[in-house]
Write a protein that binds this ligand. Sequence first.
Ligand code: AMP
Ligand code: GLY
Length: 453
Amino acid sequence: MTLEVPRRILVIGSGGREHALAWKLAAEAGVEQVLVAPGSAGIALTPGVRCVPVDQLSGGSVVALARSESIDLVVIGPEAPLAAGVADALEAAQVPVFGPDASAARLESSKSFCHEIAEAAGVRMARARSFAGGAESLTAARAFAQELAVSGAGIVLKADGLAGGKGVVVTESLDEALALLPSFLSDRPADRPALVVEERLIGPEASVIALCDGQNALALPAARDHKRLLDGDGGPNTGGMGAYSPLPDVSDADVAHVLATVHRPILVEMARRGMPFRGFLYAGMMLTAEGPALLETNVRLGDPETQVILPRLGVPLAPLLLAAARGALPRAPEVLPAVEGAAVAIVLAAAGYPGDPSRGDRIEGIDGALADGALVFHAGSAAGPDGGFTVGGGRVLAVVGRGGDLANARAAAERAADTVGWTGMQRRHDIAATVPAATVPAATAAEATGATS
Ligand code: AMP
Ligand code: GLY
């Protein structure tokens, strides 16, 4: 099947994920221009890419921009414009858009809604209960935390609502959970979910992201994010400090299994409720000893997963996004092919992140990293006075190394990260350093032991 290529694409957003998207789309055959709005000075350096200002939370402004620029397809990067209904406005204006409407975006903006849909769809998640704000919920939340602890499970506390990946605390003890509960419930309205208390699951994680057209889903190569701030998975959760792909322990067959047991059932349930999901559906999976479990859904590409997934994607993305926006994705290949080799992204973050970042320092060494063959995706950088860049936000850059295998890609990423610096820069040194080994496929294990069922 030959798919139509959108010639003029508008990407909404300004982060590293949007930079990687624009970089990939602009390099594809048939794509003439990629606009990123609002974009940034760093994103604007990408060949074939132009940045234009817009209020990205205003559906009216995005529609006006799409019309004035004769845009064939709008791709919405971040969750906030999706939750604000920018896709709804574009759909109403009959501008092709890839990204869910506000009702479907609740799969990310409300963790209780995600649990509700997963339960109705028969998708395995951690045991959990949702609590409204206010003092009255506190007693019930305490009781559920105690119940989990008695059953031998650890406890995870999650704020309901968008928190940039930072509203989750994986507690180490019941006492810690009990001490933290009031901070999640006080000052929150009593008429809506404020907190999800969840059983702590154990295992490696994997991000499996699929392009969805409302009914059908095609998976991108799987990636693994490193969420904690510090080496050895210490420190607080962040939006993500690094990522790698491929995952030796997650085969294409495993990805297909996640599509069949997570993405597709969720699509069916969403459609049944009259809110068909079009866009990137991100399944944050934990690979537990009892099998894969869904930790969360996001309604967009992961950041920094995108920065390693898109350099590995072996097919043009633009025609698939347009087909999905029209509700007509091809049915195959259900796991999209990847190019040979591996990619590793290291996030360079400002001092103070994930709290209040310290801004304004001059960034040194970007050109050196580029000259060494790394990709440098801009997130929270700002234009400096002399054509250079300064620190403008929390996660500032992602440097991506590529190589024939993960070890080589990691070495390239480390070299690039060593080249770049500023006062107080934070980064991890162990991204992709310890990679879970390939698991033996169930069928092979059964043959080896002579089992017949
Ligand atoms: P979330 O925003 O729900 O993906 O949570 C952020 C991170 O917190 C995940 O990537 C996990 O590392 C961790 N996490 C979330 N839920 C759980 C859970 N039920 N058990 C263990 N870790 C979790
Ligand atoms: N890297 C995790 C996320 O994008 O939510």
